[in-house]
Design a binder for this molecule. Structure first.
Ligand code: GDP
Ligand code: MN
Length: 415
């Protein structure tokens, strides 16, 4: 799921005609002070990270003067909320709250639903999980028939809401659902949806997540990597993602783990696991012998040889790595010869650029014998330190890591 920060979600609300408070996004105390001067009234300052419960975590605070805004923004910026560093805060006009509601749409994947569920509660402002079931109006929306304006009116009425806010709330619920569908969301929530003392209803918060599989339809959202990815992607990361984006056969996960400057200082190897569990054992093997991984990579789920080839090429493109390590520590069910073909082709192109380069290949599972033949035949004539292991060393991070270390040491001495 591609997750969006509160202010990004609120931009979508604005486009959908859902009222939001006035605000500015800033990344320094100075800017926060300036933003408050611009807004010219008391503000709430809120950490911008994709996590709920910021209020409880002390990442939502109020300020009455620009000086206070400076101080409070300084306290929130750099904080960690649920493991995420706060780099931006939203400086927003403080609402005079009369009542807090909840409005949300999520995908319910339960067998008898499998579709969007619209929810409304008069008990907003708290975790919706803690609200009693009878205080939440729930509607499983038929995506073919769609949502009717009277549906949302009925929902709001069923929760005992009366007066002027009734139509405003129903209208917002209706627009919320439409926006959810237009953006292919998995989650689109307003908590709290605020009724002010002046009688206006505004979205005071937003949680929004979009289905990764639909991101190609929404270039306007500017998501560079359509997968859980919490840091700003590097060029390396983006190249890695491009293999996935254009080819759904099998999976490849690639991420840069150290900067090129760090790698050039020595002690780093190019890393390539086959499957998540095997990759963990591989990391263990590397760390046991005081080496580090320059990158993470994991190809699995029966990828094509071409996908594996591209990943190996990317791994080998890292200047300063002192080895290439294929960590296939588990008995894979997929036919491993596709891996073997991809690896051979990439290494035949790359190894001549690095005479004597250490290469440790551990590959086990289905079509293991054939895969090893492909590897031996394809790599034996190259000027490189290539060692190939199979099922006799499954789980054996001690032995395989030790061989990697020995080859790296030899390589260093030879240079
Ligand atoms: P969350 O804790 O991450 O969901 O962050 P919210 O944006 O929902 O803020 C938490 C709580 O702060 C809300 O439930 C409100 O009670 C309070 N809050 C947020 N904005 C305002 C505001 O403009 N005025 C007032 N009075 N309270 C606010
Ligand atoms: Mn909230």
């Amino acid at each position: 799921m591609a997750k969006f920060k509160e202010y990004q979600g609120k931009e979508q609300f604005k486009k959908a005609g859902i009222p939001i408070p006035e605000s500015r996004v800033v990344s320094s105390p100075q800017e926060a002070q300036k933003a408050m001067e611009d807004l010219g009234r008391p503000v709430v300052i809120k950490a911008q990270v994709w996590a709920g419960g910021r209020g409880k975590a002390g990442a939502v605070k109020f300020a009455k003067t620009p000086e206070e805004a400076f101080k409070v923004a300084g306290e929130i910026l750099g904080m960690e909320v649920k493991g995420l560093e706060v780099k931006e805060v939203l400086v927003e006009e403080k609402l005079d709250i009369a009542q807090e509601f909840y409005a949300g749409v999520v995908i319910n994947s339960a067998k008898d639903v499998r579709g969007p569920v619209l929810m409304f509660s008069p008990d907003g402002g708290v975790d919706i999980e803690s609200v009693p079931r009878e205080r939440i109006a729930v509607l499983n929306v038929d995506v073919i028939k769609g949502l009717m304006p009277y549906d949302t009116l009925n929902m709001v009425v069923s929760m005992g809401v009366k007066g002027k806010q009734l139509r405003q709330l129903a209208d917002i619920l209706y627009k919320l659902y439409q926006r959810f569908r237009e953006l292919d969301c998995r989650t689109l929530e307003i908590n709290p949806l605020v009724l002010t003392r002046e009688g206006k209803v505004l979205a005071a918060d937003c949680r929004m997540a979009v289905d990764d599989q639909a991101l190609f339809r929404h270039p306007e959202l500017g998501i560079k990597i359509g997968r859980e990815f919490m840091k700003e992607p590097t060029e390396f990361d983006l190249i890695g993602w491009s293999f996935e984006e254009s080819d759904f056969r099998g999976t490849s996960y690639v991420a840069e783990m150290a900067s090129p400057e760090q790698v050039r200082q020595g002690g780093y190897v190019g890393f390539h696991g086959i499957g998540g569990g095997a990759a963990m054992l591989g990391m263990d093997a590397v760390n046991k012998f005081d080496l580090q991984v320059a990158n993470f990579a994991d190809t699995s789920g029966n990828p094509t040889a071409s996908k594996v080839y591209r990943v190996v090429k990317l791994i080998m493109s890292q200047p300063g790595i002192e080895g290439y390590f294929l960590a296939g520590f588990m008995m894979a069910n997929q036919e491993q010869w596709h891996h073997a073909h991809g690896i051979v082709k990439a290494l035949r192109e790359e190894l001549p650029k690095r005479p004597g380069f250490p290469v440790v290949l551990l590959l086990c599972g289905n079509k293991e014998k054939e895969s090893h033949e492909i590897l031996h035949e394809g790599l034996s004539d190259l000027d490189a330190r290539v060692e190939i292991y199979g099922r006799e060393h499954v789980y054996d991070s001690q032995f395989v890591g030790g061989r990697l270390r020995a080859l790296v040491d030899e390589y260093r001495q030879s240079k």
